[in-house]
Design a protein around this ligand. Structure first.
Ligand code: DAH
Length: 343
């Protein structure tokens, strides 16, 4: 039996020399060590018929030979794998030292945030501070402090979400409530903007959404005039839509300003000639503004005989839609990755 074992080993090593690929190697492995019919396996089945002493002696030799054969096979296998890799590298010109490509989707900013950051930079460069305000607001700051009394029809202009069990709380319908909060907290002179989320109980469609972003601005100081207001707003919209942009102010009623205006900018798409975007008018309606009403200054503990100011508000969401040509407002809050990855 010992002779037979040695013979298997010699033949195995010889056969291994003529093996040309991984498939032949596998065949040889099965022929020698296969559980059923492997030469070595079959031979070792005879061990059980030997005496205890012989069993120990032959068993030890058999183990050594099995190990030798296994390691010779493994060595050959490694050779083949290395050859294969070298071939691949050559054929595909694969440079395994090249740094990996970045993942396809890295996080990035939401279109609303891009516009908001851009405007925060612009306004801070003009000396405005950037404030944040509560989204759950009191009825007082959202309406009464802004010269909109309880029975005033202006409250109907904004479809308000009230809070169950708290009739004096609302989800803020605009960023304007921060006007009086800022006056009370910081006094004069005041230059501030408030970008933020607002909420209205809208029947949603391509132009209406229950959640959207506005940006409010307030300037209060001595000798502030309508011309200052126009100057600031012109700079802002030239910055957003390009240096050739003009603005147009037309009277509009807002309870918290007097006089109040509806602000338009020349359509950036047709440069004022008239197109589908501006409904052939050449103008896009983008903001509301005006000189702060004396009642509002008074609510903010500011004496309207000494100080004046202007305020403005516009939809950040609307600006993002105009700037990026987004036709359905609902996409912005949808969390739809196919949409968001475009920015
Ligand atoms: N709060 C108004 C709205 O949501 C926008 C607005 C108009 C803000 C005129 C102002 C303003 O500060 O002066 O429709």
């Amino acid at each position: 039996m010992q002779d037979k074992l040695q013979q298997i080993k010699t033949e195995a090593l010889l056969a291994l020399k003529s093996v040309k690929d991984k498939i032949q190697l596998e065949e040889l492995e099965i022929k020698l060590l296969g559980r059923k019919g492997g030469q070595l396996t079959e031979l070792l089945k005879g061990l059980k018929d030997l005496s205890e002493d012989a069993k120990r002696e032959v068993g030890q030799l058999a183990n050594e030979i099995k190990k030798d054969i296994e390691s010779a096979l493994a060595k050959k296998k490694t050779e083949f794998v290395q050859q294969e890799m070298a071939g691949l590298l050559e054929k595909e010109n694969l440079d395994i030292t090249q740094p990996s490509l970045p993942p396809k989707v890295l996080g990035h900013l939401h279109p609303n945030t891009i516009i908001q950051n851009d405007l925060e930079d612009l306004f801070t460069s003009m000396g405005f501070m950037v404030l944040d305000g509560p989204e759950l607001e009191s009825e007082y700051y959202n309406f009464s402090a802004l010269n909109i009394p309880a029975d005033h029809p202006a409250r109907d202009m904004q479809d308000t979400f009230y809070i169950k069990g708290h009739s004096d709380w609302v989800m803020r319908t605009h960023t304007s409530p921060m006007q009086v909060r800022a006056m009370q907290k910081y006094g004069t002179p005041l230059r501030m903007i408030v970008p933020g989320k607002c909420f209205r109980n809208e029947a949603t469609d391509v132009r209406h959404e229950h959640t959207f972003y506005q940006l409010e601005g307030v300037v209060v100081d001595k000798d502030i005039s309508f011309a200052h207001m126009k100057g600031v707003l012109e700079s802002v919209f030239k910055h957003i839509f390009g240096p050739e942009t003009k603005i147009r102010l037309r009277p509009k009623f807002y309870p918290f300003v007097e006089p109040g205006v509806n602000g338009e900018v020349t359509c950036y798409l047709c440069k004022g000639k008239g197109c589908r975007l501006c409904k052939q008018t050449g103008w896009l309606e983008v903001f509301g503004a005006g000189m702060i009403h004396p009642n509002v200054l008074k609510e903010g503990d500011i004496d309207p005989n000494i100080y004046q100011g202007f305020a403005f508000g516009f939809g950040l969401t609307r600006l993002a839609m105009l700037k990026y040509g987004i036709e359905d407002i609902r996409l912005l809050e949808s969390g739809n990755m196919k949409f968001l990855e475009q920015f």
